[in-house]
Write a protein that binds this ligand. Structure first.
Ligand SMILES: *Cc1c(COP(=O)(O)O)cnc(C)c1O
Length: 337
């Protein structure tokens, strides 16, 4: 792939030149290896492929006007991967190893970092898997941390535009004391049936309620949920929500813009009272929501057909910091060099 049409790129996989890998064996992490293969040789009894011992991360690198490549809050991703590893009993990659590997994989694939102004970016996908064989259910004794990168297009090709969400009580994504707060593949496997149902009905994704009482707003597809009213940014607090770094950043930006912020349980009925609602995560930063349908009660919550004013401001602000157009006053950006 030599002539990439940056503005036509989808949010999908494009083969790049190299990926990086590091094995944990005999109680320690080995040397970082560079690979040009897209395949991973794996033991037939590896815990990752039987018992779901795997976690992943997702972050982006952006090229600024100055040509320098910026990473957004990579250390938070490193720490979150450690939390996920601890949560499903895998070896925790040291933050320094994580850093060495992301820098290496980006530098080796520099030609795939989209130019400034295209809206495209380089998506970075770290993956930690149990590679040691087990037949009984127990943690592996060997692990593999891999990182690949792939250029991705702007999430909103036709500009920043709202999506619709479906509330269904037919499926849960994560149990109250389960793994919802970790970035592990099992949560995604558990979400596929409900997402299919949403897609079949013409919805972008599922707005999950808490699994126990079906009373509170929980996760929003593969993203966090937020609502805005009375000059306040409100996001649900729950033990089954993945702590989004985008959400955390939006909270800081909202406070900086003079909004109040609250992280607390949000009851379903409160959906009626918000002026703006949205989903947030690395892929889209913010997906404004214009419509939420509850498939049991038939109730439909609607919001403006255009993105709300505050959501738009937050979106533009975060993108500007990531691209280096705005001063990085919170110290969120690091350079690849
Ligand atoms: C990755 C992820 C998010 C978003 O997290 P960011 O750090 O903002 O990218 C939200 N919810 C789930 C379930 C996720 O896996």
């Amino acid at each position: 792939m030599d002539n990439i049409n940056w503005s036509e790129l989808a949010f999908g996989y494009v083969k790049t030149d190299y990926n990086v890998r590091c094995y944990y064996r005999n109680g320690k992490w080995g040397k970082v290896e560079i690979s040009s293969s897209e395949y991973v040789p794996i033991h037939i009894a590896a815990t990752a492929i039987h018992y779901g011992q795997e976690s992943f991360e997702g972050m982006k690198a952006f090229k600024g006007k100055d040509g320098r490549v910026r990473l957004f809050r990579w250390e938070d991703n490193a720490k979150r991967m450690q939390d996920s590893a601890e949560g499903i009993m895998m070896a925790e990659p040291p933050v320094e190893l994580f850093k060495e590997m992301i820098n290496k994989v980006i530098k080796m694939n520099m030609r795939f970092v989209p130019p400034y102004g295209t809206g495209a970016s380089l998506y970075i996908r770290p993956l930690l898997i149990g590679t040691g064989p087990q037949v009984g259910v127990r943690p592996a004794d060997e692990y593999l941390l891999m990182i690949f990168v792939t250029p991705v297009g702007p999430y909103f090709k036709e500009g920043f535009s709202p999506v619709s969400m479906l509330i269904t009580r037919e499926f849960d994504r994560a149990a109250p004391l389960g793994t919802g707060k970790y970035k592990v593949g099992g949560n995604y496997a558990a979400s596929l049936t409900s997402i299919k149902k949403a897609h079949d009905g013409g919805y972008a994704n599922v707005l999950y309620l808490d699994a126990k009482e079906k009373k509170y707003i929980d996760e929003c597809g593969p993203a966090n949920f937020f609502g805005i009213k009375n000059n306040t940014y409100i996001t649900p607090k729950s033990d089954s929500i993945l702590p989004s770094i985008t959400n955390k950043s939006l909270i800081t930006l909202a406070e900086d813009m003079g909004l109040k912020t609250e992280r607390r349980p949000v009851v379903l009925e409160e959906l009626e009272t918000f002026d703006e609602v949205g989903a947030c995560g690395t892929a889209a930063v913010i997906s404004p929501i214009n419509r939420i349908k509850d498939d049991e009660s038939g109730k439909v919550y609607t919001y403006g057909k255009d993105p709300g004013e505050i959501s738009t401001k937050l979106f533009n602000k975060l993108i500007a910091i990531q691209n280096g157009d705005e001063e990085d006053k919170f110290g969120w950006v690091d350079f690849v060099e």
